[in-house]
Design a protein around this ligand. Structure first.
Ligand SMILES: Cc1cc2nc3c(=O)[nH]c(=O)nc-3n(C[C@H](O)[C@H](O)[C@H](O)COP(=O)(O)OP(=O)(O)OC[C@H]3O[C@@H](n4cnc5c(N)ncnc54)[C@H](O)[C@@H]3O)c2cc1C
Length: 423
């Protein structure tokens, strides 16, 4: 396999576009394959946080105690739709197995390696993209906010773990908190300021900017779905498309977000990929003014000032890829927003649901396929795909070009779920 390669990149979310942009720097020729425009999948409507501090997995110690409540409370932060419980149960059991203190420490250490270079990995891409792409990333830090210093104690174990991994978090009493964000007055009285964090003010536009430059740099986009691969002698020779002739390739990257498992299985890796469906509400004229990303910890909701308005995002719903959105979940976000900011104006708000691609250990799959030497995976970034997407792209480009990875990729290896027998 001589370099450069003709590389098919399946998926034009943040992972696929960043991978293409990094691979183009080595001279590889890119064909994107995705029925959607760039940045229209899960990368469209997320909370936009770019946080090297977001190292904690979703499954935290003691979480198993909350499972019965999740099943009964349709407006809680995590719901499982009853019809989907039998399907998701094996995944859920595995998820809970990864929530011990030992496992969480191992996972957080690995995720820290992926998230720490977030801005180093984005900067070359947005600089090259030009056209104001750099202004889509702000670096004002982020605030974790609580009703009181005492209530923050409930999250102390996780905060200490973050700090032990090098995350800077300054404690702010109420005066210092309101100096930074006057509109938080009322509901919060204690904050932790993570100065190294940032956010994108429009995740979809950020993906589109990277994609547009990739196209200007010669990439092509086939607007169809990949259905499989023709393989010979341990190599993918052709990518099979829902519409059109098979595409001859030298290599392939699977970055199809929550839809990646079927494709990965065809390339030899069975992975327990589940969708954690999340929702947002975006308020175009909120009459609340914030300058940075806010994590309201007790309410379990992210609040991000974006260029199209104030976005409230969060919640996890386990209901699979096919069930229709339940916008009551987004309404619940709106209610929380109204409680937090009594003078919030909600007129003209929009709602959205997206599929977070999630493995039970809250870590992505990044690495080479086991059954094809010229196939690589970059999917499963769960709640931190915007934070980890650009670094994943850089690392896949390293693998494609035969360079050593710059971060420890071992925890993300595709074959770590060998014993998985679920669907
Ligand atoms: C409410 C919410 C809030 C979030 N907040 C944050 C946050 O603040 N920070 C953060 O870092 N992350 C956040 N996330 C997570 C983040 O959005 C995701 O991890 C990330 O967008 C995943 O990117 P991706 O490129 O893997 O997938 P996607 O953006 O979903 O892209 C996958 C693409 O693959 C295409 N595709 C699928 N199947 C095929 C096929 N067979 N052939 C061709 N194409 C295919 C799809 O059409 C899609 O365009 C949030 C998610 C949600 C839902």
């Amino acid at each position: 396999m001589g370099l450069p390669l003709h590389l098919a990149v399946i998926g034009t979310g943040i992972v696929g576009t960043a991978t293409a942009a990094w691979a183009q720097r080595d001279g590889h020729r890119i064909t994107f394959i995705d029925p959607l425009d760039a940045g229209e999948g899960c990368s469209f409507g997320n909370a936009g946080s770019l946080s090297p501090s977001a190292v904690l997995p979703v499954g935290m110690p003691g979480m198993w105690r909350k499972v019965p409540k999740w099943l009964l409370d349709p407006s809680g932060p995590l719901v499982i739709r009853a019809h989907y419980l039998p399907t998701v149960l094996p995944w859920l059991m595995r998820f809970l197995r990864h929530s011990s203190e030992k496992e969480v420490t191992r996972i957080a250490t690995a995720i820290r390696g992926l998230l720490d270079p977030v801005f180093d990995s984005y900067t070359p891409l947005v600089q090259r993209a030009g056209h104001g792409a750099g202004s889509l990333i702000q670096r004002e830090g982020c605030l974790y906010v609580y009703s009181s210093r005492e209530s923050a104690q409930r999250w102390k174990w996780g905060t200490d773990l973050r700090r032990s991994l090098g995350v800077t978090m300054h404690e702010l009493d109420s005066d210092a908190l309101f100096d930074l964000e006057p509109d938080l007055r009322g509901s919060f009285a204690f904050g932790q300021y993570a100065p190294e964090n940032g956010a994108t003010t429009d995740p979809s536009a950020l993906v589109k900017a990277i994609y547009a430059q990739a196209i200007r740099d010669g990439a092509n986009h086939l607007k169809t779905r990949v259905t499989g691969f023709n393989q010979r002698d341990g190599l993918v020779k052709e990518v099979l498309l829902a519409d059109g002739e098979p595409l001859e390739v030298d290599g392939v990257v699977v970055a199809a977000g929550a839809w990646s498992a079927v494709l990965a299985a065809q390339l030899g890796s069975k992975v327990p990929l589940e969708t954690q469906r999340g929702y947002h509400v975006t308020l175009p004229n909120p009459t609340v003014s914030l300058t940075r990303n806010i994590m309201a910890v007790e309410q379990n909701i992210m609040i991000n000032p974006m260029r199209m308005g104030l976005r409230l995002a969060g919640t996890v719903e386990l209901a699979g890829l096919k069930a229709a959105p339940n916008y009551a979940r987004a309404e619940a976000l709106l209610s929380k927003g109204n409680e937090i900011f009594p003078r919030l104006t909600t007129e003209g708000h929009t709602m959205w649901m997206g599929h977070r691609p999630c493995l039970p250990d809250s870590m992505p799959v990044i690495g080479a396929a086991s059954r094809a030497e010229n196939a690589w995976f970059g999917f499963g970034h769960g709640h931190v795909g915007m934070c980890g997407g650009a670094t994943t792209g850089r690392e896949i480009a390293n693998l494609v070009s035969g360079r050593e990875p710059e971060i420890n990729l071992k925890p993300f290896r595709p074959d770590r779920f060998k014993s998985w027998v679920g669907s």
